[in-house]
Design a protein around this ligand. Structure first.
Ligand code: HEM
Ligand SMILES: *[C@@H]1O[C@H](CO)[C@@H](O)[C@H](O)[C@H]1NC(C)=O
Length: 228
């Protein structure tokens, strides 16, 4: 009797783990064109993405406190990444995600106004770039959506982010921090000189990051902005 119950439980556990495991074939029947649709919308490297992660049904603003902040220095970034099983190599490769997109003033104002008691501007920023950022984001900015693109080609997935970083033209303190350690700086230089090396490292680290185990997921949303 007990043996049967154990076997039934083992079968149930193995089924539920199958149901929760991510799979590259997850949408083969329900949305067979998903890969080609996504590939057609975004340029850049591609890889087999394990899919099927469940979204939660509740969202608490305070939980964003667990994310690394743009004001973090290298040791804080290293700690935040290592807590999730990610290395300094992953940190440098994944920060390359900042080749795309936009930052609001509040995310980098620490660097361009009242940086320290003695200095108004972070001395690691290229002065002419700091000037540009100050114009976009004056001290008492009233423009709600004011900010700056994350690199000079912010709709293109390229390695410009790393080239700019080496020149002091990065947006966040957390970007600049990648130059602190000799080994992370060497990686920045490698990715600045090779788009190919960047893409290879980015793909490896994206697969690693997307495999971080989470619990508590409940649903896969039809519209990612709304709970079903
Ligand atoms: C290393 C730690 C990281 C920090 C501290 C960080 C911080 C930030 C911040 C503060 C913003 C701007 C938010 C705003 O002002 O609207 C941002 C935007 C962005 N980040 Fe990161 N990030 C990190 C890692 C990553 C990773 C791993 C990726 C992806 C691989 C990524 C991709 C992006 C993208 C694409 C945007 C632009 C979003 C948009 O245009 O709306 N970031 N990040
Ligand atoms: C990073 O910041 C933390 C907290 O302020 C500090 O204890 C640490 O020494 C800093 N590390 C570096 C490398 O600046």
């Amino acid at each position: 009797m007990e043996a049967i119950a154990t076997i039934v439980m083992l079968i149930m556990v193995s089924f539920s783990s199958v149901a929760n495991a991510l799979s590259v074939n997850y949408y083969d029947h329900t949305c067979p064109q998903v890969e080609s649709i996504v590939a057609g919308a975004s340029g850049g490297p591609s890889w087999d993405v394990p899919k099927g992660r469940k979204d939660g049904r509740i969202s608490n603003a305070i939980e964003t406190k667990q994310l690394p902040a743009p004001t973090f220095n290298i040791s804080q970034l290293q700690q935040s990444f290592s807590q999730r099983g990610l290395s300094l190599n992953d940190l440098v490769a994944l920060s390359g995600g900042h080749t795309l997109g936009f930052a609001h003033c509040s995310s980098f104002q620490n660097r361009i106004h009242n940086f320290s008691p003695k200095l108004n501007i972070d001395p690691s920023i290229n002065p002419s770039f700091a000037n540009k950022l100050q114009k976009l984001c004056p001290l008492h900015n009233k423009v709600k959506n004011a900010g700056a693109p994350l690199d000079s080609s912010s709709t293109r997935f390229d390695n410009a982010y790393y080239k700019l970083l080496l020149k002091g033209n990065s947006i966040f303190s957390s970007d600049q921090a990648l130059l602190t350690y000799p080994n992370t700086k060497a990686l920045v230089s490698k990715f600045a000189s090779s788009q190919d090396e960047f893409e290879r490292a980015f793909v490896t680290s994206m697969i690693k990051m997307s495999s971080i185990i989470t619990t508590g997921g409940k649903e896969i949303r039809l519209n990612c902005m709304h709970v079903r």
